[in-house]
Design a protein around this ligand. Sequence first.
Ligand SMILES: NC(=O)c1ccc[n+]([C@@H]2O[C@H](COP(=O)([O-])OP(=O)(O)OC[C@H]3O[C@@H](n4cnc5c(N)ncnc54)[C@H](O)[C@@H]3O)[C@@H](O)[C@H]2O)c1
Length: 325
Amino acid sequence: MEATLDTFQLLGKLFYYFLESLVYCIIPKRKKSVAGEIVLITGAGSGLGRELAIKFSHLGAILVLWDINKEGILETSRLVKKNGGEKVYTYTCDCGNRQEVYNVAKQVKKEVGDVTILINNAGCVTGKSFLETPDNMVEKSFHVNALSHFWTYKAFLPAMIAADHGHLVCISSAAGQIGTNGLVDYSASKFAACGTAEALFFELNLQRKTKIKITIVCPYFINTGMFDGCATKYPLLLPLLEPEFATQTIVNAILRNQLYVLMPKILWFAMIIKQVFSVKMILAVSKYLGMDTFLLNFKGRQPAKEIQTGIEETPSIQAAKKVMQ
Ligand SMILES: NC(=O)c1ccc[n+]([C@@H]2O[C@H](COP(=O)([O-])OP(=O)(O)OC[C@H]3O[C@@H](n4cnc5c(N)ncnc54)[C@H](O)[C@@H]3O)[C@@H](O)[C@H]2O)c1
């Protein structure tokens, strides 16, 4: 009897939440305010991290910027200030180093306060086939792309729980949802990042800590320089994303407390195909989409490459360009 009641209750809830999500498709959820929130962005020294910093500063957030690249975060801080931002704190930190993360986190708490929005964005890629990937690069991928999330969540989540307020953001990748050839270590570490954030979502919500929000971001290639040289076979179907579009989508998702962000949206079909199609059909689709060739000319981040979003060329970039020439 109890099981029947339970099942009917579940069906009722599913129907209600289905209708609710249909309404949200037509009238999107209201965006929350992040003015005065302390937003920590790892990997803020270039690419998405830099763009996110500029956007959150426009929204009135207090910024805490971390990167292993000191020049990079100083430049981001300068750009934020040039765009009107005032409260920016920069810290050099190797996010893959547990003790360093804990030490710098303590410093942030003392000097700035409790972080309320944590964006785990720092990332690295090897871009070699499985057998060509050196062991130390496999370890590095896991340290930076996956384990660092454990250390930062552990450092900042307790204060969020105590305040019953906070947001954890995991910048993963489409390769963290679909195993990707030529990116085995990257893909595996990004799956781990997604799994960590998703498991934490269930843990927090089932413990009724529902005020701590989680957002998991899985983009396809973005034109930031990290995947320089990669090509997409049918850009109309699967376009390389522009940093401006990607960062705005991430910011909107955070402001609406969205759990998953897959960019472009066509990736949702890939997720279904992966579960439903036969192995031969999946392989045919991957070949059609050019998965066998997209990394052929992979170069990765070039020192002089700056993202194409109107951000001016900085002295450090100019210096790097000279070295390259
Ligand atoms: N660019 C893409 O095509 C793409 C696609 C999907 C996901 N992503 C993810 O988005 C995030 C941002 O990537 P991006 O495109 O802006 O690349 P990016 O190379 O411009 O930025 C990565 C930043 O992380 C920093 N970083 C690297 N190792 C670090 C460490 N140990 N500690 C602290 N900082 C470290 C780098 O210095 C750099 O500033 C990454 O996690 C990446 O995996 C990128």
